[in-house]
Design a protein around this ligand. Structure first.
Ligand SMILES: *Cc1c(COP(=O)(O)O)cnc(C)c1O
Length: 390
């Protein structure tokens, strides 16, 4: 995708302004249903709901503008836009497994995906093996005769572990295994999994596409055939499609996506540099930092690293981690990322205090997201909070 393609997608693709008074911004088609004059037309809509507008649990014109833009951004034939990222992943997996099937997944995928693999799918006779996905050989070794699905997340959103996407996709093809990747960390601006041979790319639109922490959304891209299969079953049946107003907010977010990502990418490098050299910091995990174990692979398959990184304080005390997080004056503590506001989240918040194990480095992780603020303002805040640790 060239910058010119990107400009066209963002400003023009799928926008039929002459149909709505030449308004620059498209209307929010806030309707549940669509009217028919001919029984025959209604019959056609029942036969192929993805062929037109019938009912907004299926397609809706505002959602369609977003859908066409997002598919083009992913370099995919088609996509479906869900009410959130978790729903997009759920539909992509659920539509492609049946009782008796086996899934191979990267270890520690996004929380709700892990919940699906551990709690929901076993009830339907689908089992999952988690692997260290950093070695392509591990995918091959974990594959059984009944393996039908590979789940990738590259980079992971806490430790940024990568998979060699092209190699895993190529191996999966030889075994007719369906592949789905969570591409949320990079967004299609920084990594293009469909072009690398992956069947379905997912990203949460809640993060960079929305960009303002005011709505949720999720994207699942792939072939038209695959999207139609999912539309006709999980999408319509679970009813997890995005609604027109939220779709409109995401179209609005898209207009400034590349400007925001550029700024965040640049600011993050400055913040990482500051954190890395600070005496109270033990280590930093960031895919585009030379100390990152898979730095070469990161540079090979990603064109940028964006705003998320993790660091570990030079302390074994949970109290010190708490003191640091609670001393921040401007950087907020919250889940999510991709908005205008910088955030931190300490891993220990998800661990019962009695189970906190300082010898386990992961328990001491603090994840930071760099938003749109001035990097100097963020660095000053980090500096004063680091000075509060005893
Ligand atoms: C947030 C997130 C999701 C889920 O997206 P929602 O829109 O919150 O449902 C999936 N994967 C990653 C890596 C995320 O950060």
């Amino acid at each position: 995708m060239t910058d010119m393609d990107f400009s066209y997608i963002i400003n023009e693709l799928a926008e039929e302004r002459e149909n709505y008074f030449n308004a620059v911004s498209p209307p929010i088609m806030q309707t549940s249903n669509f009217v028919f004059k001919k029984v025959d037309d209604l019959r056609k809509a029942f036969d192929n709901e993805m062929g037109g507008y019938l009912y907004s649990r299926g397609l809706n014109p505002t959602v369609d503008i977003l859908r066409k833009k997002l598919a083009a951004l992913d370099g995919a034939e088609d996509c479906l836009v869900f009410n959130n990222g978790a729903a997009a992943i759920f539909a992509g997996i659920f539509a492609n497994v049946k009782a008796g099937d086996h899934i191979v997944s990267v270890k520690a995928p996004y929380t709700w995906v892990q919940r699906m693999f551990d709690v929901i799918l076993p009830r339907f006779g689908v089992s999952t093996t988690y692997i260290d996905g950093t070695s392509t050989g591990n995918w091959e070794q974990a594959t059984r005769n009944n393996t039908t699905f590979y789940y990738l997340e590259s980079p992971n959103s806490w430790d940024f572990a990568l998979q060699d996407i092209k190699a895993v996709a190529a191996f999966a093809k030889t075994k007719k295994i369906v592949t789905l990747i969570d591409n949320s960390y990079c967004s299609p601006l920084h990594q293009r999994p469909i072009e690398m041979g992956i069947d379905m790319a997912m990203q949460t639109a809640t993060k960079y596409i929305g960009g303002h922490s005011d709505t949720l959304g999720g994207v699942l891209s792939g072939t038209h055939e695959m999207m139609k299969k999912i539309f006709n079953s999980e999408y319509l049946n679970i009813g997890s499609g995005i609604q027109p107003f939220n779709a409109w907010l995401l179209i609005r977010g898209l207009r400034t996506l590349s400007a925001r990502i550029d700024r965040i990418t640049k600011s993050t490098v400055q913040v990482v540099q500051f954190i890395k050299q600070h005496p109270k910091v033990e280590s930093v995990i960031f895919p585009f930092d030379e100390s990152f174990p898979q730095y070469q692979l990161a540079k090979q398959q990603m064109t940028g690293a964006c705003g998320l990184f993790t660091f570990v304080l030079r302390t074994t005390k949970m109290d010190s981690i708490v003191a640091f997080c609670e001393s921040l004056q401007h950087i907020m503590m919250a889940v999510s990322w991709g908005g205008h506001e910088s955030l931190v989240i300490p891993k220990c918040a998800g661990i019962p205090p009695k189970d906190f194990d300082p010898a386990n480095r992961e328990h001491r992780y603090i994840r930071m997201y760099v938003g749109l603020e001035d990097p100097g303002y963020l660095i000053a805040d980090l500096e004063q909070a680091l000075s509060k640790i005893i």
